[in-house]
Ligand binder design. Structure first.
Ligand SMILES: [Zn+2]
Length: 55
């Protein structure tokens, strides 16, 4: 059984399942930092910045 990761809370105080694009309680869109791909994008952007600075 996979344990659900719940880090952030919605503005309705519902604990958001990590990676969900909308709250399962009030169906409002979740903040951008609740997306599972955000760390990947951040790593890619930071990596590209470091790589460009070395040119
Ligand atoms: Zn909500």
């Amino acid at each position: 059984m996979v344990k659900e990761i719940r880090i952030f809370r919605c503005s309705c105080n519902h604990r958001l399942r990590y990676g969900a694009s909308s709250c399962s309680y009030c169906f409002r869109p979740t903040p951008i930092w609740n997306r599972w791909w955000l760390p990947l994008v951040l790593v890619a952007v930071i990596g590209a910045g470091i790589w460009l600075n070395r040119l």
